[in-house]
Design a protein around this ligand. Structure first.
Ligand code: ZN
Length: 262
């Protein structure tokens, strides 16, 4: 989470093997994909034949809007396309349309300098109906640092099979200009640690003025942790959103990626 006085867009950096660089931000509370419906054009064909066009006349056409069933290869069609687009923008876009999450829950957290950290983290447990939760452990390490550059920073390692393997979180010792107090910053960084690889335009995952978990953010966490790591959500997306070409995904998890976000 950035300091409130510093309105930078997201600062998301990938590195490791591919040396790619990208901004994971954006997302922005759904994107108008308008879940569920697709427009189709129906042409009225003359009985017994194909449509013909004669000089000076045009075929009769009618346009109808029909709700088309979502792709049967989509893992769960009960969620809207808008929800999948949000999941893609803030998570799966980093792995060619495959989801990125911790393989097992609860996820261990070590935060010796922040006795309230676990409570802050487990706001996500409440929001997701317990699909994601945190307990004492060592997978996520939280440390207090002296910096004026940010309020909190998360560095997330995951492999090409979509499994998060480690996360380090830094919390600024001086929280004077940070929105919501240290527990809000801890909960915001917990959001990154669970798989928010970007920011939202409202809610807890706003880049500098996080408040509380929004309904959209809660559905994100619930969806992400109802599918196994590396789930392909490309079939759930509209064509223009789908990933194509070279894939960062690899079911055997042979590559490792790092994503850093404030
Ligand atoms: Zn952030």
């Amino acid at each position: 989470m950035l300091r409130t006085s510093r309105q930078a867009a997201c600062v998301a950096v990938f590195s490791v093997f591919l040396g790619l660089m990208a901004c994971g931000g954006g997302g922005g509370g759904g994107d108008g994909d308008g879940g569920g419906g697709t427009t189709t054009t129906t042409t009225t064909v003359p009985p017994g034949g194909t449509t013909t066009t004669t000089p000076g006349s045009t075929p009769t056409t009618t346009t109808t809007t029909t709700a088309v069933a979502q792709n049967p290869n989509c893992p769960d069609n009960s969620y809207s396309r808008s929800d999948y687009s949000f999941l893609y923008a803030l998570n799966a876009s980093q792995l060619s349309g495959h989801t990125i999450r911790w393989a097992s829950v609860p996820v261990g957290v070590s935060a010796p300098e922040y006795p309230t950290a676990l409570n802050a983290f487990n706001q996500w447990s409440g929001a997701s109906g317990g699909r994601i939760s945190f307990s004492p452990g060592s997978s996520i390490k939280v440390a207090k640092v002296v910096t004026q550059a940010y309020c909190g920073l998360a560095s997330i390692w995951y492999n090409s099979a979509g499994r998060i393997t480690r996360t380090d979180i830094e919390i600024a010792a001086d929280q004077t200009n940070c929105s919501g107090g240290v527990n809000t910053v801890l909960a915001h960084e917990a959001g990154h640690a669970l798989g928010f690889l970007g920011h939202t335009s409202s809610g807890l995952m706003h880049p500098s003025q996080g408040t509380s978990i929004s309904g959209q953010e809660a559905r994100f966490a619930t969806m992400l942790y109802s599918f196994p790591p590396g789930t392909d959500i490309n079939p759930c997306l509209t064509t223009r959103r789908r990933s194509g070409g070279y894939s960062r995904f690899d079911a055997r998890g042979r590559r490792s990626y790092n994503f850093v976000i404030r």
